[in-house]
Design a protein around this ligand. Structure first.
Ligand code: ADP
Ligand code: MG
Length: 322
């Protein structure tokens, strides 16, 4: 029952009046837990949802997975036919009309680029490609290749025209890579879809990014284990209506000459990060937590406060393994 729910005080205020009525009709006690997984963006996407019955849960989850598929079709840099890759094909040719998804994520990315002074930069595609190649060959990119790739990098060469929803990539050969922000955005979009089905006690997770809605029935929040928090008090947190993202070089890297180079690059130098950093960000939206965790992986503690405040992050955890 709602009144018996040990939710944080902010929770009731966040529930829209319509949704409140709906929840009142289906008290938490009558909801069952359902879990679904599908592979998207090269990883397992997981949805947990509390619903009055299985068909309702399944319809919501299936709509959410379709939505993730649509976001992937727009933003993927692995799919040659994605909207993003078609946009890149027109680099240097003037403004191109894009979908609402692509425009929104690009706008957020540009904001992050501006405030991180280019540490987060979705034009880093050519550099990321070099490091993907390094992971395959086990050899560092040559200085010449790195310099050539860097010539195509620079967030200022992406120009957005909001009124016409157009994007202009100024230089031919530019390659955008939304890998640092797309999953968080996809989780947001999936959660929104689930809410359309009147279900609010839900969680969407993709790799290092997750978004939670209202808590499971009778719980204060979703028990989320923070991947790089050592302090036992902070390690498991009970969260609702937030997004949590973790970035870092702990899983994806190449080791060359005893040094670990991350799949996150510094767009200003073209080098893979070697700082062995892991960053977890809690924010209201996945598009913020995801992008910010990548940005802070590059910038570290120096930028933490400024960026966290600027983007409304709720908590930031930065861990270094030296
Ligand atoms: P993960 O994809 O492992 O969850 P991130 O959210 O940090 O981790 O995203 C890393 C991805 O972001 C890289 O694989 C690459 O596609 C892209 N990327 C790498 N460096 C940057 C950067 N400096 N700015 C923006 N995107 C980046
Ligand atoms: Mg990220």
């Amino acid at each position: 029952r709602i009144t018996g729910c040990s939710s944080p005080p902010g929770w009731l205020r966040m529930v829209a009046p319509g949704a409140f009525a709906l929840l009142a009709l289906t008290p938490g006690g009558d909801l069952s837990r359902f879990q679904y997984t599908e592979v998207h963006m090269g990883m397992q996407a997981r949805i947990v949802v509390y619903a009055p019955d299985e068909p309702r849960a399944r319809r919501a989850a299936s709509a959410a997975f379709s939505r993730i598929g649509a976001v992937d079709a727009a933003l993927s840099d692995y799919r040659r036919d994605s909207e993003l890759m078609r946009l890149c094909d027109h680099a240097g040719e003037g403004p191109v009309k894009v979908s609402a998804d692509l425009f929104r994520v690009l706008s957020r990315a540009q904001e992050l680029a501006k405030w991180s002074d280019g540490a987060f930069d979705v034009t880093c595609g050519p550099v990321v490609a070099l490091w993907r190649q390094a992971r395959r060959t086990g050899r560092l990119p040559s200085d010449a290749d790195r310099q050539a790739a860097l010539k195509l990098v620079g967030w200022r060469n992406v120009v957005l025209h909001p009124s016409r929803r157009e994007v202009e990539l100024k230089m031919p050969g530019m390659r955008l890579d939304m890998g640092g922000i797309a999953k968080g955005y996809a989780c947001d979009a999936a959660m929104k879809e689930i809410r359309w089905y009147g279900l609010r006690r839900a969680m969407v997770e993709m790799g290092g990014d997750l978004v939670v809605g209202d808590p499971p029935p009778g719980k204060a929040g979703w028990a989320i284990e923070m991947p790089n928090v050592e302090d036992p008090v902070d390690r498991v947190q009970y969260l609702s209506n937030v997004a949590v993202s973790t970035s870092g070089d702990t899983e994806q890297f190449v080791e060359i000459g005893g040094k670990r180079y991350s799949h996150i690059v510094d767009p200003r130098t073209g080098m893979g990060l070697t700082s062995r950093v892991a960053v977890t960000v809690i924010a209201r939206k996945g598009e913020v937590s995801d992008g910010l965790s990548t940005a802070l992986s590059v910038l570290g503690e120096d930028a933490e406060r400024e960026l966290a405040r600027r983007f409304g992050a709720l908590s930031v955890y930065i861990r270094r393994a030296d």
